[in-house]
Design a binder for this molecule. Structure first.
Ligand SMILES: Nc1ncnc2c1ncn2[C@@H]1O[C@H](COP(=O)(O)OP(=O)(O)O)[C@@H](O)[C@H]1O
Ligand SMILES: [Mg+2]
Length: 607
């Protein structure tokens, strides 16, 4: 048990490392884009501002030293300003350090935000490109959370690497150089050693604290679950007189939390005190060295003060190192999830150099199509079908026989396992998905609407549709009069997923939207089966009008709605069992005939 735990820790670490490199590889192009010189200019200017701010920051203690020396009447100041002038210059330098820092942030903000926006957009677009198979197995909320957290992680990492760790390293190097040149190599050695031990200590303790925190969160979840379970079962608890047992169980879980929480808090004290101990140790050693230098006349009092100022200057950013380290690790995990998503290949992709579908009349051909969602379970076992331009062909058959699957294959949500689907002689796999999707209009069984106005939802059918076209489509779908009767007309909001409209109204909005798209091929997948017979009759007219001059594939449950189709296909167990006109099939007295008899009887019962 224990062993497995450490193994997964290791894996986690490796994943983080991978994610770290991948992040740099992915994010770098946004910070240095070849086609956007202004971004490059800003990055360079921000780096210059950073350099300026750090150079001034490192120079500031020297002004302080000179001011002290001027007061003590020692040393030779770099600027001959006198003690007061030097103090003012010291103040100015401090102000300029901050000024350049703010300038750097302002310069970089636009670059960072642009990178985030592009990354979010790329992920969003990619998610839309992913196949249906991926989407139906993932939770939408989970996907949007991955984008949100991943983008936040990138933001954090950009800011901390560029504005916290980077400047810190730069400052440390500069100060180390000054100590080496102005004093001697021993100062440098002590400071370098102090920082090395400090960083090692901080990372090691933080690593341990991350584990403690995770344990604390686990214990918290555990106690919570036990409490909820116990309260939900309160009746059972009473039946068995188990209140004190339950209390003991809850208390035990809380005890675990208490222990973990205490450890977390002790460990923070340990971290803080350890950091302070190390830094103070280094500080005292360096200052004792400086004090001895002053005593034997090698250094001035100003030098002594300056060494102290440098040490304090180093300490402040180092204090945050633990937090930064922890947050960076968290960001790497979050970004890893997002980049995993970005690298998820889409199952259905355009062939390289695929051309656009050229639709003439809109002949749809299925050539011995075989398909299964799962290779082990074939759904379509060799279906051949030819729909001539302008014809209406109906597909009927028991639920689960693969009717909707034919539509999904035609739209290329999936690729066939064998055989081919063609539109006007072109294999759907050889043309671009965009052109294929343009050619086919789908009215599904349940139309789902956007949470916006009726106008928006109808106009969705074609980008840039005019008001007149929207109204014409609504009239053809026989929904215009209904809309005009609403107090807010076309501006009526339909609610989430269109819930404020009845099934029939929603369906007619869906038909209007597809009519506006004006596709040469229309696919109606049980477009009316969710509706009552009365509403169905109303919509039937709208659909018949919609089919005029197009190739129509209509999948139906109620046979009365497709009796006038040019041809009827009876699909059963993945094969075409019968086909012909309504009259042919009734005369044949086969499966269609018995289905028809049953439905007619049901209708009579209902009436
Ligand atoms: N995404 C999916 N993954 C696995 N099996 C599926 C999927 N979609 C549908 N199926 C199965 O495929 C069969 C045919 O489905 P479908 O074409 O929707 O039937 P229908 O004829 O009722 O429209 C059903 O048995 C169904 O369980
Ligand atoms: Mg179906």
């Amino acid at each position: 048990m224990r062993k497995r735990h450490t193994a997964s820790e290791e894996e986690l670490k490796r994943a983080e490392q991978r994610s770290g490199w991948r992040t740099i590889r992915k994010v770098a192009p946004y910070l240095w884009p070849d086609d956007k010189p202004w971004v490059k200019r800003r990055v360079v200017l921000a780096l210059l501002a950073l350099l300026a701010s750090k150079l001034i920051a490192v120079y500031t203690p020297m002004l302080y030293r000179d001011a002290v020396d001027a007061l003590a009447g020692e040393g030779v100041p770099m600027l001959a300003l006198g003690a007061v002038g030097l103090t003012v210059a010291y103040g100015m330098a401090r102000l300029m350090t901050n000024g350049f820092q703010q300038l750097r942030d302002a310069l970089f903000a636009a670059v960072g935000q642009r990178a985030l926006r592009q990354l979010a957009l790329e992920t969003f677009t990619h998610i839309h490109r992913l196949s249906m198979r991926y989407h139906i197995t993932r939770k939408t909320g989970g996907l949007s959370r991955i984008i949100e957290r991943g983008v936040k992680g990138v933001d954090f990492l950009l800011r901390f690497l560029l504005f916290s760790i980077g400047p810190l390293v730069l400052e440390l190097v500069l100060i180390a150089g000054i100590l080496f040149f102005l004093f001697d190599v021993w100062y440098l050695a002590v400071v370098a050693l102090t920082i090395a031990v400090y960083v090692w200590f901080t990372f090691a303790v933080t690593e341990w604290r991350v584990k403690l925190r995770r344990e604390m969160n686990d214990q918290d979840t555990d106690a919570n679950q036990k409490a909820i379970d116990s309260l939900l079962n309160f009746e059972t608890v009473k039946y068995f007189g188990a209140e004190s047992r339950e209390a003991a169980r809850y208390d035990k879980a809380m005890e675990g939390y208490e222990r973990a929480a205490l450890l977390t808090s002790y460990s923070l004290s340990f971290l803080n005190f350890g950091q302070s101990f190390l830094i103070t140790g280094g500080l005292v050693i360096v200052m004792v060295m400086a004090a001895m230098g002053v005593q034997n006349g090698a250094l001035t009092v100003g030098d002594f003060v300056m060494v102290n100022a440098y040490m304090i200057q180093i300490t402040m950013p180092l204090n945050f190192l633990g937090t930064v380290y922890r947050e960076i690790r968290q960001s790497l995990v979050d970004m890893g999830e997002m980049f995993d998503l970005l690298e998820q290949p889409s199952e259905i992709a355009d062939k390289p150099g695929a051309s656009a579908l050229k639709v003439g009349g809109g002949r749809v051909t299925l050539d011995a199509v075989e398909f299964g969602y799962d290779p082990e379970r074939p759904i379509l076992k060799g279906v051949s079908l030819d729909v001539a331009p302008g014809q209406t062909v109906a597909i009927v058959g028991p639920s689960g026989s693969g009717k909707s699957t034919i539509g999904r294959l035609l739209f290329r949500f999936y690729d066939v396992g064998g055989g081919a689907l063609r539109i006007d002689g072109q294999d759907v796999r050889d043309v671009t998905q965009d052109s294929l999707h343009d050619a086919i209009g789908v009215v599904p069984q349940d139309t789902v609407l956007f949470n916006d106005t009726i106008r928006y939802n109808i106009a969705y059918g074609r980008d840039g549709a005019t008001e007149g076209e929207v109204i014409a489509a609504a009239k053809s779908a026989q929904i215009h009069d209904f809309i005009m009767g609403l107090p807010q007309g076309y501006d009526t909001a339909v609610g989430e997923r269109g819930l404020k409209l009845s099934g029939g109204e929603k369906q007619r909005v869906g038909i209007a939207r597809t009519l506006l798209k004006n596709p040469p091929i229309l696919l109606l997948d049980e477009a009316t089966s969710a509706l009552d017979t009365e509403t169905e009759r109303e919509i039937q007219g709208a659909l018949r009008r919609a089919g005029e001059g197009r190739t129509v594939l209509t999948i139906a449950h109620r046979l009365s709605t497709i009796a006038d189709a040019d041809r009827i296909i009876v699909l059963e167990d993945g094969r075409i069992a019968e086909q012909g006109t309504h009259a042919d099939l009734l005369a044949a007295r086969g499966r269609y005939w018995s289905l028809w008899q049953r439905q007619a009887a049901e209708q009579e019962d209902a009436a």
